[in-house]
Write a protein that binds this ligand. Sequence first.
Ligand SMILES: C[S@@+](CC[C@H](N)C(=O)[O-])C[C@H]1O[C@@H](n2cnc3c(N)ncnc32)[C@H](O)[C@@H]1O
Length: 230
Amino acid sequence: MNLELKGRLKLIADKVPECNTAADIGTDHAYLPIYLVKQGRCQRAVASDVRMGPVQVADRNITKYKLNEHIETRLGSGLETLKNGEADSIIIAGMGGTLVSELLEADTEKALSAKALILQPMNDLDIVRKWLYDHKFDIYDEELAAEGNKIYCVLAARYDGMDKKYQEFQLHVGGKLINNRDPLLLAYCEMKVRQINRVLGQLEDMEDNVRLFDYYNSLKKDYVKLISEL
Ligand SMILES: C[S@@+](CC[C@H](N)C(=O)[O-])C[C@H]1O[C@@H](n2cnc3c(N)ncnc32)[C@H](O)[C@@H]1O
């Protein structure tokens, strides 16, 4: 039985390089590890989640696709369920950017030893890019995927030990998206401007908001400038 992926999950899977063991942290349904093993992209996989409910769903799906000998489920937070050096590709998708960076910070050694981190934060990508750059990771690939009325960004990174210099806005829109002229970049920037406008509207009703107001106004200006150049 084959498993078809599309949109966000397909792009995440496409970014996982050929590997021996892939680990999917926050696996929920385990569709990513099932697809990767079915495709022969990895020999084995770890499907890990902090909650028992998703682990049970993952177990059911793994059994349905007859992959119990190739995919192991684990219960626990973040990368703590992995042994040192066990996973050569680590996927963290569908969680907030702050949580993604906290999970990487909690187990930095395991993140450093992976050949690829494939990350798809739902928000706060600037926090994730900052964590990666400050820990000397190279973001070697980035791409956008559209699903429904949302656009998601998938990052692929690996440790290269080199110091990274960056400007604030480069944490919001990755250089690879611009250099590769990602077909969804214009729509992505327009979506961000709409989100910032909503935040600015909410800030108008709050007191003591000058610093935040300036921050979002300046961020909006950077997006508008980039839109004019696309
Ligand atoms: C929205 S789902 C995303 C599922 C899948 N990764 C995807 O992208 O479709 C988020 C999953 O992350 C799990 N999760 C949340 N915090 C976690 C943590 N600290 N460690 C591992 N999994 C976590 C949740 O239990 C949930 O199953």
